[in-house]
Design a protein around this ligand. Structure first.
Ligand SMILES: [Zn+2]
Length: 350
């Protein structure tokens, strides 16, 4: 008996998601496995690679001075958010060159009896710091506002100081500053996606350990969560194959992974990671016999799908079996030769 090639692919996708150390590696390996498991074209990987945001790529976008400037931009955004909490606006941005503030207000008209609401209107305004201060002081009527007001007023001079600091960075032109400002969105999305990967890794690692240790899965909260995700996957359609037979279509299309524009980053990451991973895991575990092929290497601790259930060590690329037995042999030899009462030192008299 042996494990099917398809099931091995499903299993490998899951263990390859757990093993790598950096989330950059996890993501790239993931899209490679997706291509193999779902039989995508070779062009798929090129597209996926370009679109997957990595810390490696992000670090190459800026030099050291620009990175310092970027850190200040992140702090500036946090301050802007604190100030925004105290005014009836949905967007606030302080431009360090013009020293003006752009705010966006959204106004939704209510009928006098409060039972009907009209269409929300978005208004953009460019105002001075002085005007903003007046707006904050005038305040809003909701509860807990006093605290927000105090915070916002305290933050206003900090915002100006922070902007001075950004301007003080030598060698960054105005054009370059606006480019760096745009990296913030890339950075935010990058963090959301990599956080998702890291979190998924933790959950899967726990589940794989439970399976290997033979713990009962009937109460496993993680497995239940995975089944829930599996059940959210849009049902595969039936199609006519090239041979004229009726078949299930692939559960995911190439576009499902490539198209990042029509979904928010939250929606994208939860679909593109949760659905295929739960799909592969469920399909792998569906055949109970596959469980004995899931292994944890006795040397390096990596998870792997074994060729034979008796295997205890992953082989490629770590050569763990050899390392383990060399270590074991050295240890045994040391024990034997350092111990005067060992058989090696006994003289057999005839
Ligand atoms: Zn190993």
């Amino acid at each position: 008996m042996t494990i099917s090639k398809q099931d091995r692919g499903y299993g490998r996708l899951v263990v390859d998601f757990v093993n790598p150390e950096t989330t950059d590696e996890v993501g790239l390996k993931y899209f490679q496995n997706i291509q193999k498991v779902f039989g995508f074209t070779s062009g798929f990987m090129d597209k996926a690679k370009v679109q997957f945001p990595t810390f490696d790529n992000f670090n190459n976008l800026m030099n050291d001075v620009e990175k310092q400037c970027f850190q200040l931009i992140l702090k500036k955004i946090n301050i802007e958010l604190e100030i925004m909490a105290a005014i009836p606006g949905v967007f606030l941005y302080y431009d360090i060159y013009s020293k003006k503030i752009r705010i966006e207000e959204s106004v939704t008209p209510h009928s006098r009896d409060g039972l009907c609401i009209g269409k929300t209107d978005h208004k953009e305004k460019i105002i001075s710091i002085k005007k903003l201060k007046e707006m904050i002081e005038k305040g809003r009527a909701d509860a807990g506002y006093k605290l927000k007001k105090t915070d916002a007023l305290k933050n206003l001079p900090i915002l100006e100081k922070m902007s001075e600091k950004i301007l003080a960075h030598k060698g960054i032109s105005k054009e370059r500053y606006y480019e760096i400002l745009k990296y913030e969105e890339y950075y935010r999305n990058l963090n959301i996606e990599h956080w998702k990967i890291q979190n998924t890794q933790k959950i899967l690692k726990k589940l794989l350990n439970d399976i290997i240790q033979g713990n009962s899965l009937s109460d496993s909260k993680i497995l239940k969560k995975i089944l829930l995700k599996y059940n959210q996957i849009p049902k595969a359609k039936v199609i006519i194959s090239n041979e004229g037979t009726i078949q299930d279509s692939s559960p995911f299309s190439e576009d499902f992974f490539i198209d990042r524009k029509n979904r928010s980053v939250y929606e994208y990451t939860s679909q593109v990671y949760d659905w295929p991973i739960s799909y592969c895991l469920v399909e792998y575990l569906r055949d109970q016999r596959n469980i004995e092929y899931l292994k944890k290497c006795g040397q390096c601790g990596c998870f792997f799908i074994a060729k034979d259930p008796r295997r205890q060590f992953c082989n490629e690329p770590n050569n763990c079996k050899k390392i383990h037995f060399n270590k074991y042999r050295t240890k045994r030899m040391k024990e034997v030769y350092r111990n005067p009462s060992s058989d090696k030192f006994k003289i057999n008299y005839i």
